[in-house]
Design a protein around this ligand. Sequence first.
Ligand SMILES: Nc1ncnc2c1ncn2[C@@H]1O[C@H](COP(=O)(O)OP(=O)(O)O)[C@@H](O)[C@H]1O
Ligand SMILES: [Mg+2]
Length: 367
Amino acid sequence: MTTARQLSAPVPPGGMIGILGGGQLGRMLALAAARLGLKAHIFSDVAEAPAFQVSDRHTVAAYDDRAALIDFAAHCDAITYEFENVPARTAAVLAGLKPTYPGARALAVAQDRLEEKTFLKSLGLGTAPFAAVSSVEEARAAFAALGSGPAVLKTRRLGYDGKGQAKVTSANDAAQAFEHFHGAASILESFVDFAFEASVIGARGIAGDFAAYDPPENQHEHHILKRSIVPGKLTGAEGDEAKAIARKVTEALGYVGVIGVELFVTAAGGLLVNEYAPRVHNSGHWTLDACAVSQFEQHIRCVAGWPLGDTARHSDAVMENILGEEAAGWQKLSASGGALHLYGKADIRPGRKMGHITFLSPRPRPR
Ligand SMILES: Nc1ncnc2c1ncn2[C@@H]1O[C@H](COP(=O)(O)OP(=O)(O)O)[C@@H](O)[C@H]1O
Ligand SMILES: [Mg+2]
């Protein structure tokens, strides 16, 4: 295995940031790079990806197209990605050619729910009780081991927006769900009767410095994030604890970049970590309008070896995703007084993230 390259000096204005993935996150990263005078080169396996519209260069190729990856890296000063399922080999090829952040371990752990939960637990962080499932017998045994309350079976790899998940209420259910997933290696987790969901967007710079945004409360509909509210229902102490969790996770991973850590807040006020995303996160979109430096710029700063920017929030914010057909109402939304962001996606599909809108109210609550 070749060693991962590291930045020896900040990428100066005019430099090129490579971004794997051309969806809305890549698009907003490219726009943030542009604000700093940096250029973006998007690599996507989708023709006409939304990020192409706002970037300096793009490549359309498969993520395992070695020649295309080498050519891409040759144009870039530093590389990052907008999605966590970047194939490990792709990340390894790129990391051997140009500084690529976040690093391989952060990616590998996030790609496997069992490794991820085991890692979080090893840091002493609270998670839902969980057990590995790789056979029908294990599915039954895991259900019993978790105490026979409701549970969620999740495939270890490649799930998103609730895909690859099934709620189960008996050992038989668990066995059936496992078969329904065609025997894919899975994890069974106790169902958490949370009071609400939250997240924390943290950032760790190349020098090991850390900053986090105020943690939002998140509301999901049909397993897709619908709304992030800052400040939400978290107490000041819970907010501080959430930031400390993000710091611990990033330090343990030797992380460089922005991370999104998803949390459950229990009725008793405890924080359980659900998962982390080694990238910018949907629940941090409000930072574009409520902070001097958004999560997107923060991530670009990290990847380019620049100092971290200010995460302070100058307003209260409610961010709502614009999903599927809701995008047809763009005229009304554009007159609503919110900060409207549309992602340049031509086709409306049910549940597709078409844009978001952030409503600001002038004054943050005292901290
Ligand atoms: N153990 C659990 N208990 C209760 N709800 C859960 C649990 N795991 C997931 N969920 C719900 O499903 C949503 C999606 O699950 P998550 O693990 O974040 O997967 P992904 O976001 O990758 O689809 C969570 O935000 C939460 O609303
Ligand atoms: Mg999630």
